[in-house]
Design a protein around this ligand. Structure first.
Ligand code: ZN
Length: 150
């Protein structure tokens, strides 16, 4: 990865950390879960409103490092309007990318903005920070109230 791209990615992450999107408790939601990453101390609560299989709204609150917070923020902007199946597919691609197993350019294109987290694969301890919001989203959708990363 060239240096300019890396800097751009860092800026996106810092921006979402400083000005997180959808950082609130939804007044109208039907799924909720609390996520905790003991390795780093990240705590992220996810609120979701799903109607007719469409993610109508999604938000988060919590405290954590820049990676966990910006990842949650970006996740909420990307999942809104998607179906549950689409969300599952995006998370699969995302997880493959941050664990360094992505080798298809096409999959990286599909990830769009989430590609800013591809540098995480060089820092294995950060993988759980980047994926916490997604695991918590999955737990909420499955009506599991809490999730702790191992
Ligand atoms: Zn963290």
């Amino acid at each position: 990865m060239n240096l300019d791209l890396r800097e751009l990615y860092q800026q996106v992450i810092l921006d979402h950390n400083k000005n997180p999107r959808n950082f609130k408790i939804l007044t109208n939601y039907n799924h909720f879960a609390e996520g905790y990453n003991p390795l780093c101390g990240d705590k992220i609560d996810i609120y979701v409103l799903i109607e007719s299989n469409i993610i109508k709204d999604v938000s988060f609150v919590g405290n954590g490092c820049a990676i966990s917070k910006s990842s949650a923020s970006l996740m909420t902007t990307i999942l809104k309007g998607k179906t549950e199946e689409e969300a599952k597919q995006i998370f699969e691609n995302f997880h493959v990318m941050i664990t360094g197993k992505l080798n298809e350019e096409k999959s990286l294109e599909e990830l769009g903005k989430l590609a800013v987290f591809q540098g995480v694969k060089e820092f294995p301890a950060r993988v759980k920070c980047a994926s916490l919001a997604w695991h918590t989203f999955n737990a909420a959708v499955k009506n599991e109230k809490t999730v702790t990363t191992e």
